[in-house]
Design a protein around this ligand. Structure first.
Ligand code: ATP
Ligand code: MG
Length: 326
C-alpha cells in the first residue's frame, strides 16, 4: 500500500482553505493508503506562541481531524513533537541543505517580510518539513499549492542524500488538487486565506457559527462587473467564491457558471452560505463530541505507531552518515 503523510500547524483557527486544499483529501486517501497525519507543533514554534494557547490548539486540531472524518483505525494521527525523530532528522538534513536554496523559499520571504526578529527556525522550517515526510518514506503528500516549493526541496534533499549515502529515502510526490488548492482571502483575493492573517474576516473558520459565515461571505470582495464568470486574473473575488462553491458542492465550475447565468453576486453568495454552513454543521456536530481524554488516547496510540516507523528510518540514516551505533 502506498504511504501518505501530511500535517497542519496547530495555530490560529483552521479555515476552509486548509480544509479544501488539504484536509478534505486526507479523508479520501485513508481508504486505500497507509496514512500518517500529524499536528505539526514544532512548526508552530517558528513564530512566537503563547504556551497555553498552543497546547489548547493542539487538542483542538486533533478534534477537527476526527470531526472531518479521519478514522484512527485507518490513519495514524499524532503530534510531531512527541516523536523526537522529527527534530533529530531535521538536524541531520540541515547539515546537507544549502543556505542558498533555503534563501529562495517564498514562504520564508513572505513570513519574514518587514519583521525585525525572525527566528532561525522560520528559515529552516522547510528542512523540518522534509524530515516529517522522509521519516515515513511517504509516496504522496496532499498539500495546498503554497507548499509546492517545499515539496520540491524535500525531493532535492532526499535525492542528494540517496546519491551520497545510497538508496535511503523514497522521493515523495505532492498531491495538489485542481480546484481549491489555493483559496484566497475573502477581503483581499490577491493573497491566500491564512490562519496567520490578522484580518479575521478574510477567512471562514471550520468552527465559525452560521451567522458569522453568512456575514463573512456576504461581505466578500467581488468586482463591479456583476457577471458570474471564472476568471482568476480579472475577477479574483468571484472566481474564489466559485472555487469554494465547486469543491464544497461537487458541482463543476462550468456548471456553476451556467446555473448562475444572468444572476447577481448576491444570489451566488446566499447559496454559497447555505452550502458552506451545511458542510460545517456536520463537522461541528462531530467536533463537540470528543473529550480531552479520548483525544489523548488516540494521540498516544498514534505516537506509538508513528515512532516505530520513524525510528527505523532515523536509525538507517544515522548509521549511513557515520554516527556510532551501539
Ligand atoms: P499559517 O498562516 O500559519 O501558515 P496556513 O493557513 O497556511 O497557516 P498551514 O498549517 O500552514 O496553514 O497549512 C496546512 C495545510 O493547508 C497545508 O497543506 C497548506 O498547503 C494548506 N493551505 C493553507 N492555506 C491554504 C489555502 N488558502 N488554500 C488551500 N490550501 C491551503
Ligand atoms: Mg502555512
Amino acid at each position: 500500500m502506498k504511504r501518505v503523510l501530511s500535517g497542519v500547524q496547530p495555530t490560529g483557527d483552521i479555515h476552509i482553505g486548509n480544509y479544501v486544499g488539504a484536509m478534505m483529501h486526507f479523508v479520501e486517501l485513508q481508504q486505500d493508503h497507509e496514512c500518517y497525519f500529524c499536528i505539526v507543533d514544532l512548526h508552530a514554534l517558528t513564530v512566537p506562541q503563547d504556551p497555553e494557547e498552543l497546547r489548547n490548539k493542539t487538542y483542538e486540531l486533533a478534534g477537527i481531524y476526527l470531526a472531518i472524518g479521519l478514522d484512527p483505525e485507518k490513519s495514524t494521527i499524532f503530534v510531531q513533537s512527541q516523536v523526537s525523530a522529527h527534530a533529530e532528522l531535521a538536524w541531520l538534513l540541515s547539515c546537507m541543505a544549502y543556505f542558498g536554496e533555503l534563501s529562495r523559499m517564498t514562504q520564508f520571504k513572505d513570513k519574514s517580510k518587514g519583521k525585525e526578529n525572525v527566528s532561525v527556525g522560520l528559515f529552516t522550517y522547510p528542512v523540518l518539513m522534509a524530515a516529517d515526510i522522509l521519516l515515513y518514506q511517504a509516496d504522496y503528500v496532499p498539500v495546498g499549492n503554497d507548499q509546492k516549493q517545499h515539496l520540491e526541496l524535500t525531493r532535492d534533499l532526499a535525492e542528494r542524500f540517496n546519491n551520497r549515502f545510497g538508496e535511503t529515502f523514497v522521493l515523495p510526490e505532492p498531491l495538489i488538487a485542481d480546484v481549491g488548492a489555493r483559496i484566497m482571502s475573502l477581503t483581499d483575493p490577491t493573497k491566500k486565506m491564512s490562519k496567520s492573517d490578522a484580518d479575521e474576516n478574510g477567512r471562514i473558520n471550520l468552527l465559525d457559527s452560521p451567522d458569522v459565515v453568512k456575514k463573512k461571505i456576504m461581505r466578500a470582495i467581488t468586482d463591479s462587473e456583476s457577471v458570474i464568470r471564472y476568471d482568476p486574473e480579472n475577477k479574483p473575488g468571484v472566481s474564489n467564491l466559485l472555487s469554494l462553491y465547486s469543491v464544497m458542492s461537487g458541482l463543476s465550475i462550468p456548471d456553476l457558471e451556467k446555473k448562475y447565468e444572468g444572476c447577481g453576486y448576491g444570489i451566488l453568495k446566499k447559496d454559497l452560505v447555505d452550502v458552506v454552513n451545511e458542510k460545517l454543521k456536520a463537522i461541528q456536530d462531530m467536533y463537540y463530541g470528543f473529550s480531552r481524554g479520548e483525544l489523548e488516547m488516540i494521540l498516544r496510540k498514534g505516537r506509538e505507531k508513528a515512532e516505530a516507523v520513524a525510528e527505523k528510518t532515523l536509525h538507517d540514516v544515522k548509521s549511513k552518515m557515520g554516527l556510532v551505533m551501539f
